[in-house]
Design a protein around this ligand. Sequence first.
Ligand code: HEM
Length: 413
Amino acid sequence: MSDEARMDRRTLLRGLAGVGLGLGVGAGAGAGATVALRPGAADAAGTTAAGTGSGAPLSGARVEPLGAHQAGVTRPATPQQHCLLAVLDVDDADLAGAADAADAAVADLCDALGQAVGELLADAAGVLPDGPGDLTVTVGLGPRLVRAVDPTLPGAEDLPAFAGDTGIPAGATGGDVMLQLCGSDPGNLEPALEHVLATVPGLLPRWRQRGYRGPGEGFVVRSPLGFHDGIAVPRTEEEQAENVWIADGPLAGASVCVVRRLRLDTAAFRSEPAARQEEIVGRRRDGSPLSGGTIDDDVRLQAKAPDGEYLVPPRSHARAAHPSFTGSRLMLRRGYAFDNGTATDSGGEPVADTGLLFICFQADLRTFVATQHRLDEGDDLMRYVTPTASGTFLVLPGDRDGGGLGAPLRAGA
Ligand code: HEM
């Protein structure tokens, strides 16, 4: 974005400050302006064939953006192979200046984002020459904006600092808005993001990351360490209702997302013998637990070898992350590998900046926090991990009744 364009957005922001935060109330983006939010009739699976109008090949079946939940969390059931995750800020002065109308202003921002996404997917703006394909744009709200609405809401709490987080630059921690764009066509992601940013005034770039996944069915994919990842996750609608979605209150259907960019020392991990790699993970490379069974089985934490040793080692990742130790629920892990070339480590040495853009969704932030604390205490996998970005975002419910994405945030909703 040029300085001039940024100025334009900020001028607009300031000019609108008198009617709230000044956010997201650009042309056609007011509350209830949801006409473009439903780009096509969906079949029972929430997808429609995407007409490109150009005869170009389809890049994935269209994903209905709304419903009880936003797309991009559990839909499509097999995550698209490409991701662009952008974390954005809202100007401090605007937030402070609108304290008494903050809930309406934040809700307006969410409406505007939902509207911009709807336009994009309807391809009203003609931004994507071959159509959106299976593009999804998931909108999340950072804790500061959630607190501005109501500090008691889920999502109002910041993520605490975990072991190793001291090295994360301030500019890659927290943030006010998350846009998670996923699609089969990697060329769609950047223009889609730019369209949303050009349509909704007042959002300033904080950090962003591109990610990719190998081919696969469902949530399971090989992680950058070469092991199947995404096995023990809530898969059925019942499991997702219990673990992923907030069940009650105005935010029913929302979810709390945690994003962690985790640089991985893959060279050091791969230099370990295969058996040691499996001990570190707690599963074999074919996905089966070290306690026996197939990839579809859970790890059996109590199973022991004849010599009395646990089959799933005490410091293995699968044991340390297991919800039975934290009393928490399951999280839906839906991460992407990343490769940013080389970077410099804390000692000034060049390192490969590759790893896992860890993205998870849960009904309660505590699920992630309690799990990460356990990993910090007793997980050998964490020796290969350096966090380089971190944040949590409330993924608002989908717009079910046309009231706008921000409707659940309006007072009395
Ligand atoms: C780069 C870092 C990481 C890698 C490469 C990684 C990889 C894996 C792998 C291969 C598995 C076993 C297969 C599966 O059940 O999906 C697994 C399980 C799991 N991971 Fe991670 N993971 C990482 C970080 C994390 C983090 C930061 C958390 C949360 C704080 C986490 C939470 C879990 C959970 C909850 C399980 C399932 C345990 C169970 O119930 O069996 N992982 N991970």
